[in-house]
Design a protein around this ligand. Structure first.
Ligand SMILES: [Fe+2]
Length: 270
C-alpha cells in the first residue's frame, strides 16, 4: 500500500444464518467475492464452474454482492493490483447431510446422466433415480485458491454395481485433492492413465489424499447416504470425458461376501 493510502476493506458485513448462533462473522454473502452463475459445459462434456477473470486491461477484479445488505466494500484505485482477490468467508455445513449454507451451486446426477458407465443398464423400474448431489463453493479457477464441495451419494445399485459418481481426472493433471468422509461407508477408487489403481475407504473421519494424475470416483457400498467433503486446487478442472470413454480399471460390486473389487472388462488402457 502506498504511504498515506487508506487500508483496503476486504469484506462488508451482513447477517449470518440464524442457525449459526454467532454474533459476528465474515460476510455470509461470500458471493461478493466470488463467482456467480452455473457452470459452463463445453461440447466435449468437460465442465468447469464459470469464474470471473481478471481483465488484463483492468487493475482489479470487481467483486460485488447482489445480496449483502451491509455497506459495500471500498476500493483504492491507487493500490497495487490484486489478482483473483477474495474476502474471507465462512459457510455452515450440515455434517450428516452435506448441505452447505449458503451454497453457490448445486448439481445433481441421475441415472440418465450415468448412461454407459455401468456394465448393465438400469432397471426400468428404477426410473431416473437421483444418484448423487454436489454442493459447491465456487472460487476463482486459480492455483491461488481452493475449490471446496460436498457430495451426497445415494445408496443403490445398477446390476451388481453400487451407485457411484461419474469419476474424473483433473484437467490439469498434476492437481491433487483431499476427501474427508462425513457419513456412511464408501470406497474411493483411483487410477492413473497408465492403469495403476488404488481403492481407499471412505468413512466418517477418513481423510483421503488423491495425488495429481490419479482419476477418482466415489462409490457408496452402504445402505445409507455417503457424504464427504472435498477440496482441490482452484484451477484443477474436471475431465469426465476420459472416464466416460475408457472407464476405470476396477469396479466395486455387491458380492455375497461383501463389496468386491473386480477388474472392469470394459476398461480401455491407453
Ligand atoms: Fe477431483
Amino acid at each position: 500500500m502506498r504511504p498515506g493510502a487508506s487500508p483496503r476493506r476486504v469484506g462488508a458485513r451482513c447477517s449470518p444464518p440464524a442457525t449459526w448462533g454467532r454474533t459476528s462473522t465474515s460476510c455470509a454473502s461470500r458471493r461478493a467475492s466470488r463467482n456467480q452463475g452455473p457452470p459452463s459445459t463445453t461440447g466435449s462434456g468437460r465442465s468447469r464452474p464459470r469464474s470471473p477473470r481478471t481483465d488484463p486491461q483492468s487493475s482489479a477484479v470487481q467483486w460485488r454482492s447482489p445480496s449483502c445488505s451491509g455497506p459495500e466494500r471500498s476500493t483504492n484505485a491507487e493500490e497495487t493490483p490484486m489478482r483473483d482477490a477474495v474476502a474471507p468467508f465462512n459457510v455452515l455445513m450440515e455434517l450428516d447431510k452435506g448441505v452447505l449454507e449458503p451454497t453457490d451451486h448445486t448439481k445433481r446426477r441421475h441415472l440418465s446422466d450415468m448412461h454407459g458407465m455401468y456394465l448393465e443398464e438400469p432397471d426400468e423400474a428404477a426410473g431416473d433415480a437421483l444418484v448423487y448431489t454436489v454442493h459447491e463453493i465456487v472460487v476463482p479457477e486459480s492455483p491461488d485458491h481452493i475449490q471446496c464441495s460436498t457430495t451426497i451419494l445415494q445408496p443403490g445399485r445398477v446390476g451388481r454395481e453400487f451407485f457411484m459418481t461419474k469419476g474424473h481426472f483433473h484437467e490439469v493433471r498434476g492437481r491433487s485433492e483431499v476427501y474427508l468422509g462425513l457419513r456412511g461407508e464408501g470406497r474411493l477408487v483411483m487410477a492413473t492413465e497408465g492403469g495403476d489403481h488404488a481403492v481407499e475407504h471412505i468413512v466418517p473421519g477418513s481423510v483421503s489424499y488423491v495425488p495429481g494424475g490419479w482419476a477418482h470416483r466415489s462409490v457408496n457400498i452402504g445402505s445409507e447416504l455417503l457424504v464427504f467433503f472435498a477440496a482441490y486446487v482452484g484451477d484443477a478442472g474436471h475431465d469426465y470425458a476420459t472416464i466416460e470413454d475408457e472407464g476405470l480399471p476396477v469396479l466395486l460390486t455387491d458380492a455375497p461376501d461383501g463389496p468386491r473389487v473386480e477388474r472392469n472388462p470394459r476398461y480401455t488402457q491407453r
